[in-house]
Ligand binder design. Structure first.
Ligand code: NAD
Length: 273
């Protein structure tokens, strides 16, 4: 067995579900966790959503994440599924968990972003963003919890610095990400007795495929007065996906065994002012 040749990692033997795992930060979380000994369940929609102006992932992206996990000598089970579809997600997670023999943690990372001033924000924006970023996060927790309830575990829900800052020009996104905090804290209380920890992570800007062109136009042409709100305190315009993955790794590891209900900012100080 290859397992015996791998030095002990910080999450060795843990089985972790990551949504939005095909690219961007989801891929980075999966690889950081694999490096430290975890096996992965990789979920992604792998198609575009018409309401979202930038392309989402393709099936090849998810296959590539799996290949990179396997290159680190860990197992990867891929499921192409939309986190908005609770039943399909539950079925996919149940199947993948039985393949891996259990589940120890989940990272609800899948998310989308629409942009607009308050008066150009539509109910379609609201529904798409809340459906994926808030209800999708809930669906991910709900699919994972039955597998964690016996032995405890860690749920990491990806929010945003935007939730703490009140970042404008994408109000449904900011609201949904703050909703993720409420969901997570309530779950943290409800599941503490079962040793299930629930925390949120709040990244500042990270260069990924989540880049709606209209947001840049809004910041440069329509409301440049709001641009300073996007500036970090530390002298760095954006941070790297790995900086966020390190927070995720910590929260999943036993180093964080008594950490729950935390809003873990990795935000280069953007929320300080
Ligand atoms: N990039 C940033 O600056 C930033 C900052 C703060 C928080 N975040 C959050 O980090 C998370 C990861 O974002 P990213 O920057 O890597 O973006 P990304 O667009 O590169 O990756 C998101 C992934 O989620 C998948 N996805 C989208 N909707 C889905 C659905 N309904 N079901 C399943 N999969 C779906 C996409 O296909 C994609 O692979 C998101 O929750 C995002 O809101 C991003």
């Amino acid at each position: 067995m290859v397992h015996n040749m791998i030095p002990a990692g910080r999450v060795t033997g843990k089985r972790v579900l990551v949504t939005g795992a095909a690219r961007g930060m989801g891929r980075s979380h999966a690889l950081r966790l694999a490096e430290q000994g975890a096996d992965l369940i990789l979920v992604d929609i792998c198609r575009c959503i018409p309401e979202i102006e930038y392309p989402l992932s393709a099936p090849e992206d998810l296959t590539e994440t799996a290949r990179l996990v396997e290159k680190r000598n860990r197992r990867a089970v891929c499921k192409i599924v939309d986190v908005r579809d609770a039943d399909a997600l539950k079925a996919a997670v149940d199947e993948a968990v039985s393949e891996l023999g259990g589940l120890d943690a989940a990272v609800a990372n899948a998310g989308v972003l629409t942009a607009g001033t308050w008066d150009t924000t539509t109910s379609e924006h609201w529904r798409t963003v809340v459906d994926t970023n808030l209800i999708g996060t809930w669906n991910t927790c709900a699919a994972a919890i039955p597998h964690l309830i016996e032995r405890g575990g860690s749920l990491v829900n990806i929010s945003s610095a935007a939730a703490i800052k009140g970042t404008p020009l994408h109000i449904p996104y900011t609201a949904a990400k703050l909703g993720v905090v409420g969901l997570s804290k309530a779950l943290a209380n409800e599941l503490a007795a079962q040793n299930i920890r629930v925390n949120t992570v709040h990244p500042t800007g990270v260069p990924t495929g989540m880049a709606p062109a209209s947001l840049f136009a809004l910041l440069t042409e329509t409301r440049p007065d709001l641009a300073p709100l996007f500036g970090n305190a530390l002298p760095v315009p954006m941070v790297e996906a790995l900086d966020i993955s390190n927070a995720v790794l910590y929260l999943i590891s036993d180093e964080a065994r008594y950490v729950t209900g935390l809003e873990f900012k990795v935000d280069a100080g953007v929320t300080l002012t």
